[in-house]
Design a protein around this ligand. Structure first.
Ligand code: XBP
Length: 233
C-alpha cells in the first residue's frame, strides 16, 4: 500500500536548473571575474555530474583558464558555489521560479488524503528552503514528513543513499513509497533503493533515455497525461 510520495527537487518541483542554478552560476562567474560562462547547452551536458561544486570541478578540468593547481581550483569552486547559492536564493525569493504544473495540486491532494510526503534531493537544505519557502510560505517544512538533502546524504544520486535515508526517517518499506523524478540519475537512485518512480520530464531531460520507471510523462499537469511505462514519450 502506498504511504508516501518522495519528491525530487531540481527539475521536478520547478525548472530550477535552467531558470535558477544556471543563471546563478553565470552571475557568480561574472561577480568573481571568472573568465568563462556556461551556455544552456553546456549546462545540460554538465548535469551528468550531480552536485554544483562537483560540476564546477569537473568543468574546470577542460577550462584552459582554470587555475592549474588542484588546491586553488578547489578553493575557487568553493567560492563560486557559495556565491551561486546566495544568488540562487535571491532568484527564487524574488518569485522567478514557479512550481511546475500539477505540483501544488498534488501537494494539496496528498494533504487531503493524509498521504505523507518527503523531499529527496542532492541539493542543499538552504536551496530547498529558499525554493519551498518562496512557494509554500514559511511553514513549508510542516508539509513534509522527511526532508533529505545533500548534507544528510553526501553520496549523491545516482547513489541510493538519499532514498534509503528518507525511507528510514519515514519507517517505510521501499514498496510503500513512490518517487517523482525528472532525471535518469534520480530514477537510478530511487530504483536502487527499491522505490518505484514516476518521471516528469523537465527541460534538460526532455528526451533522455529512462529505464525502470513506472510511468513517464511531460508533467503532473492535468492537460498532459503521462504515457504508459516504457514508452518514454
Ligand atoms: C540536482 C543537483 C544539484 C543542483 C545544484 O539535485 O544535482 O546539484 O543542480 O545544487 P536533485 P547544488 O535533482 O536531486 O534535486 O549547487 O546545491 O549542488
Amino acid at each position: 500500500m502506498l504511504k508516501a510520495i518522495l519528491w525530487d527537487v531540481d527539475g521536478t518541483l520547478a525548472e530550477t536548473e535552467r531558470d535558477g542554478h544556471l543563471v546563478a552560476f553565470n552571475r557568480a562567474f561574472e561577480a568573481l571575474e571568472v573568465p568563462w560562462r556556461w551556455s544552456e547547452t553546456r549546462y545540460g551536458e554538465l548535469l551528468a555530474v550531480a552536485g554544483g561544486r562537483e560540476r564546477l570541478l569537473h568543468d574546470m578540468e577542460r577550462q584552459l583558464r582554470a587555475p592549474p593547481d588542484p588546491e586553488r581550483r578547489a578553493a575557487l569552486a568553493e567560492q563560486i558555489h557559495r556565491l551561486k547559492n546566495e544568488l540562487y536564493a535571491a532568484i527564487v525569493s524574488g518569485g522567478a521560479l514557479p512550481l511546475r504544473p500539477g505540483v501544488a495540486e498534488l501537494f494539496d491532494d496528498c494533504a487531503r488524503a493524509g498521504m505523507r510526503m518527503g523531499i529527496v534531493t542532492t541539493t542543499s537544505a538552504a536551496n530547498v528552503a529558499a525554493l519551498l519557502g518562496a512557494r509554500l510560505g514559511t511553514d513549508w517544512r510542516s508539509k513534509f514528513a522527511a526532508v533529505v538533502c545533500a548534507e544528510h546524504a553526501p553520496r549523491k544520486k545516482p547513489d541510493s543513499q538519499a532514498y534509503l535515508r528518507a525511507l528510514d526517517t519515514l519507517s517505510l518499506r521501499p514498496d510503500e513509497a513512490l518517487a517523482i523524478e525528472d532525471a535518469p540519475a534520480g530514477v537510478t537512485a530511487a530504483r536502487a533503493a527499491g522505490v518505484a518512480v514516476v518521471v516528469v520530464r523537465s527541460f534538460y531531460f526532455a528526451t533522455a533515455e529512462v529505464e525502470g520507471a513506472l510511468a513517464v510523462g511531460p508533467s503532473l499537469g492535468r492537460a498532459g497525461l503521462g504515457s504508459a511505462a516504457g514508452r518514454n514519450a
